[in-house]
Design a protein around this ligand. Structure first.
Ligand SMILES: NC(=O)c1ccc[n+]([C@@H]2O[C@H](COP(=O)([O-])OP(=O)(O)OC[C@H]3O[C@@H](n4cnc5c(N)ncnc54)[C@H](O)[C@@H]3O)[C@@H](O)[C@H]2O)c1
Length: 345
């Protein structure tokens, strides 16, 4: 099982060097021993056909498979152990059977597909999620521009559409509905890079994916949209409390997190008095980014002397803001910016 990183290159294409190196190391280590190699890293469709399979030339004992991972960060164990579907791809029926046996104790449906289909399904999934988020974000900008629209309320009502509900009649929205909700853009290690990768892949094949390119543009634009709004409503020496640094709640992952872009845009806009708090991601944030800002050990300490509050990540803990007197004052002064449309308005 190879699950090494597949980061973006400058042009958005995927850097496959870690996967290539892991496959080569595996080949060297195995020698003539028979083995099924499974790529679990997210690799662009046709990577196996064009790049990885040729590495196995001369190794009749090795078979290549692809098994995309659909887990959500923050729910890795739960999603891995209870997958909604298991996709195994190979152009060799023996290798497909090996992987099928590996997963036989799981009750989820197992789909046997080709290598390229397995690779594509992962991008199909992630670029749909990215599209839903950018759709919601653009709609929130339209609503904001029109005015007199409570964005939280209208999206909550949108979710009442029965097509967003499970069929059991519980009136509970399906998980997908949570992606049709505005915020400050998607971040993290997967959606931005996978979206870029599919755009890049399509363009290399001579096809322009207009919709996906706009999904990306809308996402990039969200940072500036929110940052300019904050800059417009604040004074240069206002103390700004940034709440949430992780790219999503229940995770300490700060890779490509919207918070770092918001902070960079505020610093760039001469809002230099910034302090921040995150329940889990402060250490990883300081390891990844070097901003001249203060880090506070608690929610209370971060907001007590602040003039402005900005929520960048919808941590459950931030619902306690409503119990703090300083928050009420800041809210009344219109200096509270809930970039996740999270707290009740
Ligand atoms: N993070 C997620 O939620 C998630 C979900 C689905 C798919 N994926 C995909 O899984 C892959 C890994 O993602 P991640 O978030 O775990 O990345 P990561 O960067 O956190 O982890 C990758 C690990 O691979 C190690 N590594 C690199 N080269 C190696 C080699 N030759 N031999 C052994 N180890 C090596 C690195 O040291 C690192 O620990 C990516 O392709 C990603 O797109 C991630």
């Amino acid at each position: 099982m190879i699950c090494v990183g597949t980061p973006s290159q400058q042009d958005g294409a995927v850097d496959l060097s870690y996967v290539i190196s892991a496959v080569q190391q595996t080949c060297d280590a195995l020698g003539k021993q028979a083995c099924t190699i499974c790529i679990k890293s997210t690799v662009p469709p046709s990577s196996a056909r064009d790049v990885l399979q040729p590495l196995l030339d001369g190794y009749d004992n090795l078979r290549l498979t692809n098994n995309p991972e659909f887990l959500r960060e923050g729910y890795a164990w739960q999603d891995f152990m209870q997958p909604d579907r298991i996709v195994i791809g190979s152009d060799c029926s023996q290798a497909l059977n090996t992987l099928e046996r590996l997963y036989r104790s799981f009750s989820s449906p197992i789909h046997k597909v080709s290598l390229t289909e397995a690779e594509f399904i992962k991008y199909l999934s992630n670029t749909l999620l990215a599209t839903l988020i950018s759709f919601a974000n653009e709609q929130s900008q339209i609503a904001d521009t029109v005015g007199d629209i409570n964005i939280q309320k209208v999206f909550t009502i949108l979710h009442e559409d029965k097509r967003w509900h499970d069929s059991s009649g519980t009136k509970k929205t399906v998980n997908m509905a949570s992606y049709v909700y505005p915020g400050c853009g998607f971040g993290g290690y997967c959606l931005p890079k996978d979206l870029q990768a599919l755009i890049n892949q399509a363009e290399k094949q001579g096809f322009t994916p207009n919709l996906l390119k706009q999904v990306n543009e809308v996402n990039i634009g969200m940072i500036d949209y929110h940052a300019q709004k904050i800059i417009h409503h604040t004074k240069q020496d206002d103390k700004i409390a940034i709440l949430g640094l992780a790219f999503k709640p229940n995770s300490d992952d700060v890779r490509d997190t919207p918070a770092h872009k918001i902070i960079a845009a505020l610093l760039n806009g001469d809002r230099k008095n910034i302090q921040c708090y995150d329940p889990e991601a402060m250490t990883t944030f300081t390891e990844h980014y070097d901003f001249p800002i203060a880090y506070k050990p608690s929610l209370e300490e971060c907001v007590t002397d602040a003039d402005v509050i900005v929520i960048c990540t919808a941590w459950q803990e931030f619902t306690h803001l409503e119990d703090l007197a300083s928050f009420t004052k800041i809210k009344q002064q219109d200096k509270f910016f809930d970039l996740r449309y999270f707290l009740a308005t």
